[in-house]
Write a protein that binds this ligand. Structure first.
Ligand code: MV4
Length: 452
């Protein structure tokens, strides 16, 4: 087992990793920027090292500072959390060259899945359904037009180097294709330094269903059920739940088996997420694989009883996956992401938490690095807390979430709590009628596709 773990992250996920390490008896090293001196991840780590000024490029993305921090403290492994360097194959390689452990999958697999066009090819080869589309990145707009004509409109253009909704263009009719192709290529070139574009049939109102997977270093791959993440705004998830109200046991088995086939095809090791789109007829299609622990991992923890962060650490240290059987998910879990933002306009709202009373009680979990009088810095994402509830049924979990939101008191900044209160009593949400377009009704004029 590792002797000391450095956490290359901040915020609630850094604290979550410190909690797991403490339970495993492993000392921790926090790294922090000068904007994060007062964050709880610094307070609770056994050691801490300042790695630079507030901008992420100079601190949480600064590979040489992080490697130096590991070397001076004698850490023998790094946990990257999510975001920042979590999906940097280069960072994973540098750690390997420095004889430091990496709590994540092999760099080659990170690189493979980071190229969304190659990930699509790999899924196809593994017998995982994908939407009709291009086998290779597109040479030019003419090739795109020819393929779109065969598949039928609407189609979507995606940047191979993108993902998570960055660098996407929907094309509704042939006349729009050449222009959209040029825009997509230019944007991808500018944002990622790689203009490779591929094309797929566009599903207009799908659900986003993702499977939690795990592989060990001994060739075993498992899934831990799914999360429904259809409630998003501008590709930022707002609410996640497990199980999905849309899946039957048979469909879950089928999608889970497909997820495992993809893991086995790449000898996947550590925690991963396989994202699918699910259409109204119950057909599912591979979208992307994320090679990290995700923000919404707690809903899976609540229904499976498995600590996913401890499992990541154990697997990286070479232990075998022992949770292959006895994995019967229990009850229903829901997570609301509490962001420091205006609930109407979604503008960021950093500042001082003059009151901060997170709820407690049965089946109620709050993952946060914040506390009363803490100042949320303006330099990073706006996640202040994740509120997760668990109960026996979906209806009871919704009632519990509604109560927990009522008892969550935050003053001094604006948060998404009022928005979450509206969503959890929305008749469509209560009935489980979800799709990726769910949030459009909540967007004020000029902040999205408009009310309906
Ligand atoms: C799609 C799609 C419909 N059809 N691909 C958004 C994030 C990125 N992972 C891919 N995304 C989508 N890809 C096809 N062929 C719709 C989306 C999409 C979406 C997906 C999941 C959750 C929210 C979304 C919001 C808008 C678009």
């Amino acid at each position: 087992m590792f002797k000391k773990i450095l956490i290359a992250n901040r915020g609630e996920i850094a604290l979550r990793i410190i909690q797991a390490c403490r339970e495993l008896g492993i000392p921790t090293v926090a790294v922090y920027s000068t904007a994060d001196r007062d964050s709880l991840h610094v307070t609770y780590a056994d050691e801490d090292v300042c790695i630079g000024p507030p901008p992420s490029q100079a601190s949480y993305l600064n590979i040489s500072s992080i490697v130096s921090a590991a070397e001076v403290t004698g850490a023998d492994a790094v946990h990257p959390g999510y975001g920042f360097l979590a999906e940097s194959a280069h960072f994973a390689e540098v750690l390997g060259e420095c004889r430091l452990g990496w709590i994540g999958p092999r760099p080659e697999v990170i690189r493979l899945m980071g190229d969304k066009a190659r990930a699509r090819q790999t899924a196809t080869a593994a017998g995982v359904p994908v939407l009709p589309g291009s086998r290779e990145p597109l040479a030019d707009a003419a090739e795109a037009a020819h393929l779109a004509g065969e598949i039928g409109y609407p189609v979507i253009l995606k940047a191979a180097a993108g993902g998570g909704g960055r660098g996407m263009r929907i094309v509704n009719a042939p006349g729009e294709l050449a222009g959209q192709f040029a825009t997509a290529r230019a944007e991808a070139e500018k944002a990622f330094g790689d203009g490779s574009i591929y094309l797929e049939k566009y599903l207009v109102e799908p659900r986003h269903i993702e499977f939690q997977v795990f592989g060990d270093l001994h060739g075993t791959a498992i899934h831990l059920g799914e999360r429904e993440c259809s409630i998003q705004r501008r590709h930022q998830k707002l609410i996640e739940e497990s199980p999905s109200p849309a899946l039957t046991a048979a469909l879950r088995d089928e999608m889970g088996a497909a997820a495992i086939r993809l893991c086995e095809a790449v000898s996947y090791e550590n925690a991963g997420t396989i994202e699918f789109l699910l259409d109204a007829d119950g057909r599912f299609y591979f979208m992307e694989m994320n090679t990290r622990i995700q923000v919404e991992h707690p809903v899976t923890e609540m229904v499976t009883g498995v600590d996913l962060v401890k499992l990541q650490i154990a697997i990286s240290a070479g232990e075998r996956l022992a949770v292959t059987d006895g994995l019967k998910p229990r009850g229903h879990a829901i997570e609301c992401r509490i962001n420091a933002e205006n609930p109407e306009t979604f503008a960021p709202s950093p500042g001082k938490l003059r009151t901060f009373h997170p709820p407690g009680g049965p089946g109620t979990r709050v993952d946060t690095h914040a506390y009363e009088d803490y100042v949320i810095p303006p330099h990073y994402d706006s996640l202040v807390a994740k509120l997760i509830v668990h109960d026996r049924s979906r209806a009871e979990a919704i009632a519990r979430m509604s109560r927990a939101l009522d008892f969550f008191v935050v003053e001094g900044i604006q948060t998404s709590i009022p928005l979450h209160k509206r969503i959890v009593r929305d008749p469509d949400f209560v009935a489980g009628r979800l799709s990726t377009r769910f949030m459009e009704r909540y967007l004020p004029r000029g902040h999205g596709a408009g009310a309906r």
